[in-house]
Write a protein that binds this ligand. Sequence first.
Ligand code: KG4
Ligand code: ZN
Length: 361
Amino acid sequence: MNILAFESSCDETACAVVSAEDGLFKIKSNTVASQVDIHRLYGGVVPEIASRAHTEAISRITYEALDVAGVTLRDIDLVAVTANPGLIGALLVGVSFAKALAVRYGIPLVGVDHIKGHIASAYLKDGRAPAAPQIALVVSGGHTAIYRVNSLNDVRVIGTTRDDAIGEAFDKIGRIIGIPYPAGAGFDALAGEGFVKTVGEGEGYFKRFRKSEIYKQGELALPSPALRDGTLDFSFSGLKTAAINLIHRYEMRGDELPRAEFAARYTYEAVEAVYTKLKEALSYEENADCEMILAGGVAANSHLRARLGELAREMRRKLTVADRSLCGDNAAMIAVAGFYEYERGRIQDSSLNASALDGIV
Ligand code: KG4
Ligand code: ZN
């Protein structure tokens, strides 16, 4: 079957055509109209501007996605659209557009949870779902959570951030040290310089970093976002606040912040926190047979990918990481997640509504 999917939950308007045959998914087209250049002027996403930009782009990118895939609307067997969570005005653009198309052409419609979409982006790695069950880490601008995935129709959150998301923590501190929005990729590169300056190149640099003088000196000390309360939860706001205080201390002393080393330390704490909690999740007896999935915008981070690769080897689990090109918001992942909604018969009519709220069902 051919699935036409839409994603408009935040600052990318995306449309894709994905085919699903015998459990094998193939991307026929995957178009994304990014709004980052607009939001960069404001240092973050402005919801009303995002909704307007989605409205302007959605029709054009739909034609483009159909064109590149070499299909027409008459070849489409399912319309899938992100219905939650996200910016409500932004979501409504995609949902309204998808509903109109589905009704006009008599195509079945499904609403998709954005987080399930991110998990499904890893399924596109080999074109099919990895062996179940999986422990999935989804890290993005709005989410940081660990899920137990029995199937895409049975996803349970087992750990989550109690405040900020990891991507937000990179974006906000990145902005303060002069990296334009969204700061994730720039932060990644700067931290890379910091790690090399401190401990050189090569594998295992996380372990060497912890033993380094700069780590021990405490000048750049930052708290771990991994909560020590027996849960698999995080708090990234403490890391963020401590980083702001640290930057102020340098400013007040008139000293120049060693930006690269600071970015390395900040990245170390953020990545090590998710490494620790994932390791804990995998060591639970009920998760002994779980493979691992890493997805979401922040899954593009090279240090996180490297460190979780080490974890996979340590724990002898297979790790499926979404392709870098599919880590950020896109509609191909929504098509795959939409297939599972269709499979379990959750066909929607034109009463489908968007919701800003989290809540995987
Ligand atoms: O999944 P996504 O595209 O949108 C949301 O659903 O939030 O994630 C966007 C986030 C932004 O915070 C961005 O800075 C971050 O992903 N990001 C990265 C990297 N590339 C993008 N964070 C860390 N390292 C990266 N290389
Ligand atoms: Zn996302």
